[in-house]
Design a protein around this ligand. Structure first.
Ligand SMILES: Cc1cc2nc3c(=O)[nH]c(=O)nc-3n(C[C@H](O)[C@H](O)[C@H](O)COP(=O)(O)OP(=O)(O)OC[C@H]3O[C@@H](n4cnc5c(N)ncnc54)[C@H](O)[C@@H]3O)c2cc1C
Length: 453
């Protein structure tokens, strides 16, 4: 039987980490699965810093060895600092969480990682078609799904959407809603020659915070570092710097970044001219409900909020696994689809909720003050670390939840009373600790570009 005539148990749309995991987990449960991926792997994708939870999941999947054979950098924690550099960086070690789960964490280039996962799905028995774009959904009911893709019509009992930001099912249903308060743009590229931390901190993901933007520096192998800046889109528009050169401009403008990147040279994978960067906008949205008759939405195809705490791949792979188990429960165990769906939706919300709360708080200076302070009563920071480790599946433990909520309360309190010492802000727009409202000039960006030349 060909994949055009066969009715599959499930069709997975998209072969990124979410789709590959969902397909792999269904094949492991003896389901007949077709995966459709529009590009040809390996393909470039941003998102190279992983949480410890992802390593635990890879071990459960039996892929630890295949993963460790790829070039990677072990990441024992992270470092957060303010753009002016007047404050010592605050270091966070994953081992200082509340629970000892004996996990590791890594940074890794996505193209080979995603290809490894897709190969694992194929080896597990999934029919994988690449260069196969899904162009339409013609039927979407439990036990009756029909889609159209490059090579024709395909049928299945269930559909799992893992198409990332393309959100194929949500677009079909008209359920995609953007978060206007997180209307950010990311500019990124890979570099060699970037200064690194010494010793055990060498693999740290480093975050440099400005009021109107933040940077990441993620070492992805012995030579290369992934660098990006995420900026509020109105600020990015206002400074009038070409999008393709925004990263270079922003690095020069931020003292901490300028120092760490003084010998940085842009490198592959780089279909880009020197000095330019990739751009990704509109990446904060949600597509509720995360499941409905005939479908489950996973990973970025369900929701994505912000990359600051590197939660995307972790949430995607765990939700892919959950969707696979859900489809297996309906088909193999005869569980009622509506009940299974409710459980899937509930778990997707409870596990992502603390991560999303943290992301929203990150954009408030008071949160940064408490976060950078790095210590406090009742192991509150330990609870925040548990969330940053991804220890939230299927839901965060009670000991994590109450401490985490108390930490959020203190962040709110910090607006009115100094729970920790207040810290000076830094704005990329003004290039200083002065608020840009005082220094703003309409041609700021052009001037900077001329100075840089
Ligand atoms: C600026 C930025 C930085 C980030 N940094 C991190 C980080 O450090 N760590 C982290 O964990 N996450 C990070 N993320 C998030 C991370 O990249 C995503 O959460 C992750 O890739 C989600 O995986 P996915 O499989 O759901 O989607 P994707 O990886 O996007 O995969 C979706 C796949 O679907 C395919 N597809 C799309 N449309 C179709 C179609 N019509 N037909 C067939 N196939 C289709 C695509 O080709 C793609 O291969 C970052 C995101 C951004 C925007």
């Amino acid at each position: 039987m060909t994949c055009e005539t066969m009715k599959y148990d499930a069709i997975v749309l998209g072969g990124g980490p979410t789709g590959a995991t969902a397909a792999f987990e269904m094949a492991r449960r003896d389901l007949k699965v077709l995966l459709l991926e529009k590009s040809e792997f390996p393909r470039f994708r941003i998102g190279e810093s992983f949480l410890p939870e992802t390593y635990l999941q890879l071990k459960d999947m039996g892929l630890e060895q295949a993963f460790l054979e790829l070039p990677h950098v072990e990441k024992l924690g992270g470092s957060f600092m303010l753009g002016h550099g007047q404050q010592e960086p605050a270091d966070f070690w994953f081992q200082n969480g509340l629970v000892n789960r004996n996990s590791k964490s890594f940074n890794i280039e996505r193209a080979p990682f995603d290809a490894m996962l897709l190969d694992a799905a194929r080896d597990a028995g999934v029919d994988v078609l690449q260069s196969e774009k899904v162009t339409g959904i013609t039927r979407l009911e439990d036990d009756d799904v029909e889609i159209v893709s490059t090579s024709g019509v395909k049928k299945a009992r269930f559909l799992i959407d893992a198409t990332g930001g393309a959100t194929v099912v949500a677009r079909h249903l008209g359920s995609k809603v953007k978060f206007p308060e997180l209307s950010n743009v990311g500019y990124f590229a890979h570099f060699t020659g970037v200064q690194r931390n010494e010793g055990d901190k060498g693999g740290f993901a480093r975050i440099v915070m400005c009021e109107d933007a933040w940077f990441w520096l993620i070492p992805i192998d012995e030579r290369r570092t992934s660098i990006g800046v995420v900026a509020d889109h109105t600020f990015a528009k206002r400074v009038n710097v070409p999008a393709a050169r925004f990263l270079e401009w922003a690095i020069k403008r931020c003292p901490v970044m300028a120092e760490m990147c003084s010998n940085a040279v842009a490198c592959e994978p780089h279909e880009l001219p020197a000095g330019t960067n990739h751009v990704e906008a509109d990446f904060s949205y949600q597509c509720k409900p995360y499941a409905g008759s005939g479908y489950f939405l996973c990973g970025d195809a369900a929701t994505f909020i912000d990359p600051v705490f590197s939660t995307g791949v972790c949430l995607g792979m765990r939700s892919g696994e959950d969707a696979a188990k859900s489809v297996a429960a309906i088909i193999k165990q005869g569980s009622k689809a509506s009940r299974v769906r409710r459980g899937f939706i509930r778990r997707a919300s409870t596990s992502s909720s603390p991560m999303f709360k943290l992301v929203r708080m990150f954009y408030r200076h008071q949160f940064r003050e408490l976060f950078l302070f790095g210590k406090g009563p009742l192991s509150l920071h330990g609870a925040v670390l548990e969330v940053l480790r991804g220890n939230v599946f299927p839901k965060p433990r009670f000991g994590v939840t109450w401490r985490f909520n108390l930490f959020i309360f203190f962040c709110w309190l910090q607006r009115y009373v100094n729970v920790t010492p207040s810290l000076e802000k830094f704005w990329l727009e003004s290039g200083s600790t002065e608020s840009p409202a005082r220094t703003r000039k309409s041609d700021l960006g052009e001037k900077e570009m001329k100075l840089a030349e």
